[in-house]
Write a protein that binds this ligand. Structure first.
Ligand code: NAP
Length: 265
């Protein structure tokens, strides 16, 4: 029997087959979850619908998380289709190209607001909107990155947004703890996705990660999917407010050195 058998799981942020949300969707399917998928806009429908069919997902809904009415409508539709929800995954982020290439001090007011709205507030708003549907023992999770605690060049306002997202995870976990609803974040190492392509210098960072991380290996969407299964399942039933690193150990090393650099001494 799968670890998520009988659980209704909603996943927000599927764009294409490279999305972290797709790794999570596939892992959830393998473990027997009953799936619902939400995507950002009409433009994505063409890509998302065939993916949803692959995992036999009948509930596929468009939801732009900057719109309160769309969030409310999506929750209404989920209530009608599923009744109750056991797992809610937020795999959404956005910042403008300028914000991810110029120096951080040049961040515009509007760029700052947009990044925070889509990448942080939407997690709070979705949790709030779906709260009436969440079963006791439900698991809510979001995706974050190490640029929240240490400087990752060009990550800029997104690093600040991820810091706020991780803090929101703790506050939400505190609020929902008495209802036995858990809220956690997965901090994934760099993965080549659409969102990542917008970060200046990402290619080099991605290549170097495999040299510098203790496990000398990049992270895949399958790795993240499997960790999401753990957080979604009852195996993690006393874990809440945490940031789980899925990064080949990268964050644990203070002085990053490749094998080649180590040997040259
Ligand atoms: P992705 O496939 O591009 O997913 C990002 C998703 O956010 C897309 O589906 C995107 O839709 C959606 N989104 C943007 N604005 C939205 C809005 N207004 N309403 C609803 N959805 C919206 O990239 P990803 O790398 O898998 O990103 C998923 C999460 O993982 C993000 O939180 C990201 O920061 C995090 N993460 C990524 C990495 C990495 O290296 N890739 C590492 C750690 C954490 P559109 O395409 O239509 O904008």
């Amino acid at each position: 029997m799968g670890l998520l058998e009988g659980k209704n799981a909603l996943i927000f942020g599927l764009a294409n087959e490279r999305s972290i949300a797709w790794g999570i969707t596939q892992a959830f399917k393998r473990e027997g979850a009953n799936l619902g998928i939400s995507y950002a806009g009409e433009m994505l429908e063409r890509r998302v619908k065939p993916l949803a069919e692959q995992v036999d997902c009948k509930w596929v809904e468009e939801c732009d998380v900057t719109k309160d009415d769309q969030i409310a409508l999506t929750a209404e539709k989920a209530a009608k289709h599923f009744g109750k929800i056991d797992v809610l995954v937020h795999s959404i982020a956005f910042a403008g190209r300028d914000e991810l290439s110029k120096p951080y001090y040049e961040t515009s007011r509007e760029g700052f607001k947009i990044a925070m709205d889509i990448s942080v507030f939407s997690f709070v708003a979705l949790t709030n909107a779906f709260l009436p549907l969440l079963n006791p023992n439900a698991s809510v999770m979001c995706l974050t990155y190490y640029g929240s605690v240490k400087v990752a060049p060009h990550y800029n306002v997104m690093g600040v947004a991820k810091a706020a997202l991780e803090s929101s995870t703790r506050y939400l976990a505190y609020d929902l703890g008495p209802q036995k609803i858990r809220v956690n974040a997965i901090s994934a190492g760099p993965i080549r996705t659409l969102a990542a392509a917008g970060v200046g210098g990402f290619r080099d960072m991605y290549k170097h990660f495999a040299d510098m991380s203790p496990m000398r290996e990049n992270v895949t969407i399958e790795d993240v999917g499997n960790s999401a299964v753990f957080l979604a399942s009852d195996l993690s039933r006393r874990i809440t407010g945490e940031v789980l690193y899925v990064d080949s150990g990268f964050n644990t090393v203070g002085v990053q050195m490749s094998e080649k650099q180590e040997k040259s001494e």
